[in-house]
Ligand binder design. Structure first.
Ligand SMILES: NCc1[nH]cc(CCC(=O)O)c1CC(=O)O
Length: 327
């Protein structure tokens, strides 16, 4: 006898297949993974069912201060990459800005769903924006990019190392450990907390390459139905941005200790990529930009990223690589 309390909609379809989704276990990561699960279900007409498999990554375990900048690449992806390799999960879901510029071999991006607000958010109980902070104020961040960008605008402020998930950083701010901090608007928006921050104009603070983008990774030889369904949730403009910004990153990021920012802007008729590299103390900043047609291929978008990177190297007059290595 069937239980009348179970509606047919909630009964697992016999032809429905599980897709195991590897993700970090942080609140933001889980929101993102659930979004992908829901999209997969819709895009496959109910044939695929997402099953969230949370992992603790090295980056989640380490509590050392400068971990993002000192521990090498892939701190937040290593365990997920291995699980995907072994076939323990079918896909992995990442904040693209935490994914190293080059994917592990055998892995590809199956989808870049539509980008969320890529701007940085400014959070402070005392001020609306960086310029309003009193002289010598403390700004909390663990990001070398945010540190150097802040010092470029406000050499007088003191940078204090600030990490942890969104809730932790908010608490540190409330406890007065810093007068202000930054969080990506994308993460705040996904967590329903965008109202806590003031978006910073892109021109004032260029975000990290890939900021606001979710990357869905699968094995090159992965399941054809999963691959096709991921193709259905891929967003062309977002893929264009991911491609150009990551090519720029790959061309410059010899060291993960380099403050680098990049964003692909929609200028109506064409794309414009703006890239930026800074000295850690913010006293030097190199910016370059380039454009390409909206119809550009992925190869052309990647070339745009490399060209802008080359322009920055040229502008830095050869000082960049050695300089960067010392950081
Ligand atoms: N480095 C941590 C991280 N990775 C992705 C986001 C936010 C979401 C996004 O940019 O996609 C954050 C938090 C932050 O920088 O504020």
């Amino acid at each position: 006898m069937t239980d009348p309390r179970i509606s047919p909609d909630n009964t697992a379809r016999r032809d429905q297949r599980n897709v195991r989704i590897g993700t970090r276990g942080s609140p933001l990561a889980l929101v993102q993974a659930r979004q992908i699960a829901a999209s997969l279900e819709v895009a496959s007409g109910g044939a695929l069912r997402g099953e969230i498999v949370p992992f603790t990554t090295t980056g989640d375990q380490l509590t050392t201060e400068r971990l993002i900048n000192s521990g090498g690449k892939g701190l937040f992806t290593r365990e997920l990459d291995a699980a995907l390799d072994r076939g323990d999960v079918d896909i992995t879901v990442h904040s693209l800005k935490d994914v190293p510029a080059v994917l592990p071999s055998g892995q590809i991006f199956g989808a870049f769903p539509q980008r969320e607000d890529a701007r940085e958010g400014f959070l402070s109980p005392h001020a609306e924006k960086l310029a309003d902070l009193p002289k010598g104020a403390k700004v909390g961040t663990a990001s070398l990019r945010r540190e150097s960008q802040t010092l470029a605008l406000r050499p007088d402020v003191e940078i204090v190392t600030f990490r942890g998930n969104v809730a932790t950083r908010m608490r540190k701010l409330e406890d007065g450990l810093a007068d202000a901090t930054y969080l990506a608007m994308a993460g705040l928006t996904r967590l329903g907390m965008a109202h806590l921050a003031t978006p910073i104009p892109m021109e004032d603070m260029l975000p990290s390459a890939g900021q606001g983008i979710i990357g869905v990774v699968m094995r090159e030889d992965g399941d054809a139905e999963v691959r096709e369904t991921l193709g259905g949730i891929d967003h062309a403009e977002t893929r264009a941005a991911a491609t150009a910004e990551r090519a720029f990153l790959a061309a410059l990021d010899g060291s993960c200790r380099t403050p680098i920012a990049a964003h692909l802007f929609d200028r109506g008729e064409e794309w414009e990529l703006i890239g930026e590299v800074l000295a850690l103390d913010g006293r030097q900043r190199w910016r370059a930009d380039g454009t390409c047609r909206k119809e550009a291929s992925e190869a052309q978008l990647a070339a745009l990223g490399r060209d802008v990177a080359a322009d920055i190297r040229a502008a830095a007059g050869g000082v960049l690589p050695a300089f960067v290595d010392e950081w």
